[in-house]
Design a protein around this ligand. Structure first.
Ligand code: ZN
Ligand code: ZN
Length: 188
């Protein structure tokens, strides 16, 4: 594959669902399509979704992390109703990558910024609560305001009602900037 040597690692944009482990001790993000079953941490390495023993992104496979080149592309994708409650991540692409027209497929990433939409009631969110679905071992989270978090009551089989954004960042090993309310502050 052609070698590119950028002065600084490329940035990318993607949608994901914030997740918390069943015991509430680990957090991360789950991709919205391929690889969604393998949640990733704030700084993480891609693993082949097919369990093949090669490094991602392998040329004859479609594994690896994916991102789009621009904020606008990710924003357009977020219009799809099934992705409405997803968060928009800004990531640094690390390690080797394959560039294609709309984005990149790559080996490692750091999630730098997570932009979350408003609470379902329209208020500015301050944390994440159980979205009511998940994958084995992981609950998917959705942004909530303090008022709605208090009204929700406990999550099934867990003792918590919501995790504040600061706590989410701490559990994920930080640093991560969470921008609430959906609108990019001063543009992407
Ligand atoms: Zn693979
Ligand atoms: Zn609310």
């Amino acid at each position: 594959m052609p070698e590119e040597r950028p002065a600084s690692p490329p940035l990318g944009y993607k949608l994901a669902h914030p997740v918390i482990s069943h015991d509430g001790t680990r957090v991360g993000f789950a991709g919205i399509s391929l690889g969604g079953a393998l949640p990733y941490g704030f700084l993480d390495e891609a693993r082949c979704v097919y369990g093949r023993r090669h490094r991602c992104p392998a040329l004859r496979c479609d594994c690896g992390f994916y991102c789009l080149h621009t904020f606008d592309q990710a924003l357009a994708l977020a219009c799809a109703s099934e992705y409405h409650r997803a968060v928009l991540l800004e990531v640094t692409v690390l390690g080797s990558y394959i560039r294609f027209e709309r984005g990149m497929r790559y080996a490692r990433q750091r999630v730098r910024v997570a932009r979350v939409g408003a609470c379902a009631c329209g208020m500015e969110p301050c944390g994440f609560a159980d979205a009511g679905w998940g994958r084995t071992g992981w609950r998917v989270l959705t942004a909530v305001c303090a008022q709605c978090a208090a009204l929700r009551g406990r999550t099934a089989f867990a003792s918590w009602t919501a995790v504040g954004f600061a706590e989410f960042v701490r559990l994920g090993g930080g640093p991560l900037r969470i921008v609430a309310g959906g609108e990019p502050e001063g543009g992407p």
